[in-house]
Design a protein around this ligand. Structure first.
Ligand code: HEM
Ligand SMILES: [Ca+2]
Ligand SMILES: [Ca+2]
Length: 332
């Protein structure tokens, strides 16, 4: 009798172990990288709400924080994966490289981290704070929410030289596609994610060359709408202040909507790289999906999907990396 109980309980143990292996394996398969929705549900149940409320508080006093945080997460993911490498201070770190000089909002991440360390010390990574803050930025500006898989761990390396993985504002569509495809993102993801420019601003220095003597032509970029050109020239006078900021999505810079794509169709894109999404036939086909009455719903759904893909690039999970104590420095 005793023997019988013993063997059946060991069988049950086997079944339980097999079930656990199955659950872990399928969770890994779903997200490919080992992140999962609700990673902090038992270890730090308030993690997501702490990040949301911190971003919301900062947003109330400065709405520019939303686009800033969305961009920061993108710049993190494209260099060494989403591992918070973009946050590390020091000489020759990513932060010091030209593409990152305009990043803003580090104080919001630090604020969230301080509160998370008080609530659940050593549990929540800076990489996850960035991913959650990016979603909150979209929600606060009127976009649709999505489930963010968490469980990223923080990297210990940050090199300015690696920021060449980021696409530039003069980049051809072929080269933009290549840089996205190197991160596992296809042409549709490219167009959808650049749609993040539906919020936020750019400094004149990144596009005023399109307004005057473009490519030595003594004229402007022919893809700029003729009635829009004088408006842009008034905003960014020749040899004027290159740091002055101009909205990407004219008329809707604070709303996470599909207006950015209509502006591209109308020759009202600000960056050369953005306007090319319309000029090039392969990306124009994707832009067209986000125009018209079904456009906004399609964009909202696809943005969440593509963000989940981007947020999973090169993530460190399990025992890789570390949980930083301070987001701006690796643990000593
Ligand atoms: C080909 C790809 C891309 C290029 C060339 C590009 C380039 C730029 C440039 C030049 C700026 C202005 C920076 C400044 O003035 O300081 C900017 C801002 C911004 N980018 Fe992109 N970007 C790209 C893709 C993306 C993606 C994928 C996202 C997000 C999913 C994104 C989100 C933003 C946001 C929200 C801003 C505004 C930041 C602010 O207002 O503080 N960008 N981008
Ligand atoms: Ca990174
Ligand atoms: Ca907009």
């Amino acid at each position: 009798m005793e023997r019988c109980t013993c063997s059946s309980s060991s069988q049950i143990t086997h079944i339980i172990i097999l079930m656990c292996v199955f659950v872990v394996m399928s969770a890994t398969l779903v997200h490919g990288q080992g992140t999962r929705v609700g990673f902090y549900a038992t270890t730090c149940p308030r993690a997501e709400s702490i990040v949301s409320s911190t971003v919301a508080t900062h947003f109330r006093s400065n709405t520019a924080i939303a686009p800033a945080l969305l961009r920061m997460h993108f710049h993190d993911c494209f260099v060494r994966g989403c591992d918070a490498s973009v946050l590390i201070d020091g000489s020759n770190t990513e932060k010091t490289a030209p593409p990152n000089l305009g990043l803003r909002g580090y104080e919001v991440i630090d604020d969230a981290k301080t509160q998370l360390e008080a609530a659940c010390p050593g549990i929540v990574s800076c990489a996850d704070i960035l991913a959650l803050a990016a979603r909150e930025s979209v929600v606060l500006t009127g976009g649709r929410s999505w489930l963010v898989p968490t469980g990223r761990r923080d990297g210990r390396v940050s090199l300015a030289s690696e920021t060449t993985d980021l696409p530039g504002f003069r980049e051809s569509i072929d080269s933009q596609k290549q840089k996205f495809s190197a991160k596992g993102l296809n042409t549709q993801d490219l167009v959808v994610l650049v749609g993040g420019h539906t919020i936020g601003t750019t400094a004149c220095q990144f596009f005023s060359y399109r307004l005057y003597n473009f490519n030595g032509t003594a004229s402007s970029d022919p893809s700029i709408n003729a009635s829009f050109l004088p408006q842009l020239q008034a905003l960014c006078p020749q040899n004027g202040d290159g740091t002055k900021r101009v909205a990407f999505d004219t008329g809707s810079e604070n709303r996470f909507d599909a207006s950015f794509f209509a502006n591209l169709r109308n020759g009202r894109g600000i960056l050369e790289s953005d306007q090319k999404l319309w000029t090039d036939a392969s990306t124009r086909a994707v832009v067209q999906r986000f125009l018209g009455i079904t456009g906004l719903a399609a964009f909202n759904v696809e943005f969440g999907r593509s963000m989940v893909k981007m947020s999973n690039t090169g993530v460190k999970t399990g025992t890789d990396g570390e949980i930083r104590k301070i987001c701006s420095a690796i643990n000593s």
